[in-house]
Design a protein around this ligand. Structure first.
Ligand code: GTP
Ligand code: MG
Length: 202
């Protein structure tokens, strides 16, 4: 994939670490923005789009990202790419290990953390997405839900698809739900705005 046009909002984006176990997680007190969602929902692609360059590996085969991957942005905050949940082909042991490191990260990270939960706009919220949303809510962290790959929906289908996701996840009308496409860049500006608000809130 060719490098996407550089995002003017970011000066430097550097891969820093891949954590496979809770002991390797980074908890340095600077803000973090983490992407959570089903395997193949488009986490790494959206992260690349936000960063304006291809820093995270993507794949049409689910299960591409298998560690918690840390990207240092402007030497000031972290973009964090997580392994997806619900990857059917993974062995039970693998699934347990990934689950553990992701759970440990989201539950225990002591610094400021914005959780971005991704849901496929066309597939809608699956049972796993609903379960993840409930668990995330119990953590009581700032969160935003993003419907991905909206380029796959016709204009006329979007509002209904978003409303279904809202209902399935129990989001009220105040809650953030953004529609984005890593392919076309649609909605990325709005997601940026949300991230900037979070970073500015200090
Ligand atoms: P795991 O690392 O396996 O958890 O997956 P992921 O959530 O990181 O997904 P990834 O970004 O690797 O993308 C999965 C597939 O979806 C790839 O084939 C991407 O090209 C495709 N994809 C991602 N974003 C979009 C999008 O906005 N629109 C369309 N049409 N396809 C997308
Ligand atoms: Mg990935």
């Amino acid at each position: 994939m060719p490098d996407l046009q550089r995002n003017v909002k970011i000066e430097t984006a550097e891969f820093a670490r891949a954590s496979a176990k809770p002991e390797d997680l980074i908890d340095d007190g600077t803000p973090q923005v983490a992407f959570v969602g089903r395997s193949n929902v488009g986490k790494s692609s959206l992260l690349n789009r936000l960063a304006g360059q291809t820093i995270a590996r993507t794949s049409s085969t689910p299960g591409r990202t298998r560690t918690v991957n840390w990207f240092r942005i402007d030497r000031r905050w972290w973009l964090v790419d997580l392994p997806g949940y619900g990857f059917a082909k993974a062995s039970k042991t693998d699934r347990k290990a990934w689950g553990e490191v992701v759970d440990a990260y989201l539950a225990n990270s002591s610094g400021r953390l914005l959780v971005v939960q991704l849901v496929d706009a066309k597939v809608g919220a699956t049972e796993l997405d609903v379960g993840a949303a409930e668990w995330l809510r119990s953590l009581d962290r700032p969160a935003v839900v993003v419907a991905t790959k909206v380029d796959r929906l016709k204009r006329g289908e979007r509002a209904r698809a978003l409303e279904r996701i809202r209902r399935a996840l129990g989001l009220d009308h105040e809650a953030d739900l953004l529609a984005v496409s890593a392919d076309t860049g649609e909605g990325v500006r709005e997601l940026w705005q949300r991230i900037e608000e979070f970073l500015a809130a200090g």
